[in-house]
Each structure stands twice: as structure tokens, then as C-alpha cells.
Ligand binder design. Sequence first.
Ligand code: DGT
Ligand code: CA
Ligand code: CA
Length: 574
Amino acid sequence: MPVHNNDVAAIFDEMADLLELQQANPFRIRAYRRAAQTVRAQPRQLRDQIAAGRDLEELPGIGEDLAGKISEILGTGKCQALRKLQRQVPAGLEDLLHLPGLGPARVRQLRRELRITSLAKLRSAIDKGKLRELRGFGPKIEARLAAAVANPVTGKRMLRSTARAYAEELAGYLGKAPGVSELAVAGSYRRGRDTIGDIDLLVASSKPAAVVKAFTAYDEVREVLAAGGTKASVRLASGLQVDLRIVPRASFGAALHYFTGSKAHNIHLRRMGQRKGLKINEYGVFRGDERVAGKTEESVFRSVGLPWIPAELREDRGEIEAARAGRLPRLIERDEIRGDLHVHTAATDGSASVSEMSRAAHQAGLEYVAITDHSRYLGAYRGLDAARLAKQLDEIDACNQSGAGTKVLKGIEVDILEDGSLALPDKTLAALDLVVGAIHSHFGLSRRRQTTRLLRAIEHPHFTLLAHPSARLIGERDPLALDLERVVKACADRGCFLELNAQPQRLDLDDAACLLARDQGVLVSIASDAHRPEDFGLLEFGVTQARRGWLEAANVLNSLPLKRIRPLLRRTMT
Ligand code: DGT
Ligand code: CA
Ligand code: CA
């Protein structure tokens, strides 16, 4: 991989940050910052310049020492001096530096005033509401940090939920740029993928040059990667790359379709067009030189005889054939979700009481929630034993009798043990409205043993619903090795259900697994796994994932009203 000027500049910036954290000599800090700017501002790649005989020391602010470091980075991709600095600074502090809105000064302040030296400590300070008490840390910064800490960047791809905050803020800003009549976020973001490589912004404007100027001047831009007359790419302080395209109004629909992708979907549609003698590209649909469609996406699809296809389906996984046959699914929508079957309280690792969660669910427009705190197991959480669960059931009765908030069902998130048995006695489980089983241990079993373990759990007479079936944590933990098809079939046979956990780092079932559930007629519970009152907002991410998996309301367990869902939940309990 050739080393780019941006990589060199990023290393110098990082060194400047680390030096500043150590309160090193200000001249030294400034020298690295200046070098980063100089390198970034170069119109040509330094490695090409060197190859053409350029002496690096001719560059402003670059002396012998920095020139040597640049050569080292270009040659090896690394810098020993950076490694040395990294060893001097605790790793946790360096993680903090990479969060949006946190520079060396703020990181120092956090350490000094709240003794925060890691992401975990920052998260706990945010949860306790301590951050907003600091001078210079308003609620806006706090909210942004809370999102970033909850949804860390995963490898090179970013969780869609994390990207959303950045994308929406930027879109709001750019919408006010000169001559903008339309604006949309396209790409994998619009298709609702769980992670995104970059953000693709599309704008219709009569003044493209002015829009590019406004875009590159956005105050979160850390680097301008490219800027031309009708397009530009930048990297934001968060590390997120944003590609911008500006098109005339008459091309907006065609461009939106093109940049929404996926590439495979685009190619398929373009081939259909070719068979009709049409040329489809980002500027429109053309017969010869004549533009026959392109102002709206509908017009593009219509030109090849298709109805509009929802963006979440555009992966060339049969959506074009389904559209042609008039068999597109009517995808589930957030307002069709009537309840939530996976919710925690402060009795285990949540933050609020039963009645607080019930009231929050009411505000989120839900008709019912199931409280499903953790069972006691391994001591990993303050899990419920039979006695504490009995106490919680009284609390739920009292909450339901008070009539305030949403109707509360009695559940448990019970651990599925290594051998497939459940962590609480049958008698205890029998008293509940539903039993949500989950794997929280022994992730590394072989495919055969993991499958057997789950099949045994599903056989249990009180088992209702399998939570986050693959147990993956995006960017952190791989999905279990599993014969998912057999697990889904077992659920179908036993009248059990599968969860689509809406936590942004889980989104588990994934889209392909949703399709499997649908094909086997297993209803899916889209669940927030809420740990705090505001977490019901996460349901939206679950709905997006379900749409990518072609699910309609008829495939979704918690689109049913309470009256109809109760008997289904108890079906396996006899
Ligand atoms: P990402 O960013 O990796 O999460 O995925 P996308 O799908 O957003 O991909 P990206 O950002 O590279 O490009 C945005 C869209 O532009 C892509 O979904 C389809 C369209 N596109 C990009 N390259 C091509 C191409 O070579 N041919 C066609 N037909 N479309 C393309
Ligand atoms: Ca993209
Ligand atoms: Ca892109």
C-alpha cells in the first residue's frame, strides 16, 4: 500500500496531540502541526515529488529531522518517534483523543478534574451526568461523546447509527448552501446497512461551485481529500469520509438512484435498460441523446417498467425480479411496532425502574413491554435469582395496577448454559409471560456443539424467544459458528420466535438471517434491548435491519396487538 500525504500528515498530527497531552515544549508541538499542514497542502504526492528529485527540506517548515521522518513514513508506513510517544501515554488516553470533539486540552481536563483515563471511565462519567458539570462541556458535546462511546468506530467501517449524527448535522448545514433545492444521503447509508464505509451526499443545486466551497469550509472538516467543480470528498474530525456530488435538478432522481446503489443493483438495472435501448447513468435515462427520465427515482424505475423499489432492498438479491412480478414486500415500518419484548431495569444492568421504563415505552408509542432482566449466572451481572425475580413480578403487578404507562409483561433474559439448559428452574420460568433465552458465554464452541446447545434450549417447554441469535458484536466479536437453518427450523417446529436485537452494535438477526426466518414462517421480535428509558429510540435501527431482510408486518411478532400476542407467547408453555 503506497503511503499518501494524508497518512504522513495524520501521523504528525497524532504526534502533536500526544506531545500536547504531555505538555511538551510548545515549539515542538507547533513544528509537528505545521508540518502536517504543509504535507497536507501539497498538490502532488510527496513520494512522486521525491522520485522526481525534489528535496523535502525545501518545503516550508521542514528541516532535516522532519524530512528524515517523512522519508521513514513513506518507506515503512510507520514512525518510530510516534511509537515512542505512544508508549509514554496510557493507551486509554489515546483512545479518548480519537473521539469527536476531544482534543488534548479537553482530555487533560477530563483526567485532571474527573480522573477519566479510558473510554470505560468516560462512559461511566457520562452515565452519572458528571460531564455536563465541567466547564466548557455543554450538553451537545456530552451527547456526541455518549454516542461515540456507545458506538465505537469498528475497523474502517463505522456503525450506521454513529454516522447518522454526523450525516444529519452536515446535511442540515449543507441544505442552507446557495441554490440547493434537493439534498439526500445516498450510498450504503440510505440502504440501511449496519456499517458504512463512507457517506455519499447528493445535492441538486444551480450553484455547484458555491456548494463545494461551503462543504469544504464546514467546521468539522479535518482534511479535504479532493475538490472539483461538481464534487468533493472530505474527511471529518470523526474520521468519517464524506463524498459529495452536485447535479442539476433534472438529474437528481437518476443521481440518487446511481449513488444509492448497490453497485450490483445498478448494473442489473442498467442491463435491463440496455435491452430496451436505454442508457441509464447518474445524469438520467437516455434514448439516444434525448433524456427520457431522471428527475425522480420513480421515473428511472418506470423507464424500465418497474415500480419504485425501497432502498433497503437494492442489493440485487431478487428485488428487481420481485418488482417485475408485482411481488415486492410491503416492508415493516416503525409505527407498525406495537410493543417491545426485551427490556432491562436497574434490577440488573439497566438504569431505571419498571414503571419508568413502562412510562418511556408509552411515550415511544408502544402498547406493551416485556421486562426481561438477566438471570443469575456466572456473577457477570447482578442477575436475578428466583427470589429477586418474584419481587420484580410484584413490582410489575403494581405498575400494571397503577394504570400509568404501557402494559408490562413478565419475562426474563435467561442464560442458555453450555449444555443448552436454562439458568433458572422450570418452576420459576413457568410463572412468566415469556422466556427470552440468550447466549452470554462459551462463544467459541464448535458449530456442531453450538447448534446442539441451541436446539436443546429451544426444546425446553418454557422457551419462547431466542435473543440476539448470533451473539455478534460488530467490530468486536464474530457471530457464533452455527447451523442457523436448523435453529430456525426448530423455532418453527416448536412455535418459538427469533429476536432481531436493535442495539446498533448487535443488529442481530442480520439481513440474511431475517430472510431465513421469513422463509420458515418464524416470526421475528424486533427488540430494543433497552437499558435506559431513551433506548426505545433504537427500535428504528432494528426496523431498518428488518426491512433489509424483506420483513413485512406479518413477519414481525411485536407488530401484533397485546390481545393476539399473549396466547402466542404462551403457546409453548404447558
Ligand atoms: P460503502 O461506502 O462501502 O458502505 O458502500 P456504498 O454502497 O455506499 O459504496 P460507495 O460509497 O463506494 O459508492 C456509492 C454508490 O455509488 C454505490 O452504492 C453504487 C454507486 N457506484 C459506485 N461505484 C460504482 C460503479 O463502478 N458502477 C456503478 N454502477 N455504480 C457505482
Ligand atoms: Ca458509501
Ligand atoms: Ca463513497
